[in-house]
Design a binder for this molecule. Structure first.
Ligand SMILES: [Zn+2]
Length: 238
């Protein structure tokens, strides 16, 4: 159905296409991930300026023809997040956040919560370079899992429901497991368990710190959950 679409969007990727065009991978609140072409971007004095770059949050007007590829007809900057480009750590955090969203959600898979989560993460990395910690990256992934409906079970054994002696984590079972059910699990310490619970419950800006060993276990729990339930394999966060 040809027509115009006015929407906010975050640029996940931006690739050169031919001499003067760009293909953008965008994430939008109501249409999820979509692709658009911006024509004439590399000519001097283009109407798009330098704003069709990764991590920009934009107000766009897109034209949808007969294909799945939209055409950008206008673009205004809502937030360019210039400061996150000044530090390797924040740039890396932003790249991983956009990559995770891009892999976890398909085209036109609308997730308003994911859009706001990604916008919050980029704003946080832009405002506070020190926020680009391993804990922050893991908390972001955990919240993505929650939004995608794959949040690990943390309150009771995912196999038998036992609430005590939760000593392991099983991606296959989908959460923590007790000492009687730990055959297919790896050891998950109390501090790693506490981190997972807190990271899901707290806003991104208030994610608690945890010792490296606990973060490594938390990361493994998130990676195994993604692999088992979403068939997605993400790069390690550090
Ligand atoms: Zn059990």
């Amino acid at each position: 159905m040809p027509g115009s679409l006015k929407t906010e969007a975050i640029v996940l990727r931006s690739m050169r296409y031919g001499e003067t065009d760009r293909i953008l991978h965008l994430f939008t609140p109501d249409r999820g991930r979509l692709s658009a072409i911006a024509k004439g971007v590399r000519r001097a004095k283009t109407r798009f300026g330098g704003r069709l770059e990764p991590y920009f949050r934009l107000q766009l007007v897109l034209y949808q023809g007969r294909s799945d590829l939209f055409t950008v007809t206008s673009a205004e900057t809502l937030d360019g997040h210039p400061r996150l480009r000044e530090h390797g750590g924040t740039l890396d955090g932003a790249a991983r956040a956009c990559d995770a969203v891009s892999r976890l959600f398909d085209d036109h898979d609308a997730h308003r919560g994911v859009y706001h989560l990604l916008a919050n993460e980029l704003a946080l990395l832009d405002a506070r370079p020190a926020a680009a910690t391993r804990g922050n990256a893991l908390a972001f992934r955990l919240k993505l899992l929650l939004a995608a409906g794959f949040a690990p079970q943390l309150a009771a054994c995912a196999e038998c429901g036992e609430r005590e002696h939760l000593v392991g984590f099983s991606g296959a079972a989908g959460g923590v497991v007790c000492s009687a059910c730990e055959a297919s699990a790896f050891a998950l310490g109390q501090d790693a368990h506490d981190f997972l619970v807190a990271a899901l419950a707290q806003p991104l800006a208030e994610v608690p710190d945890a010792p490296p060993r606990a973060l490594a276990q938390a990361e493994r729990a998130i990676l195994e959950t993604l692999e088992h339930h979403a068939n997605v394999r993400l790069r390690p966060v550090a």
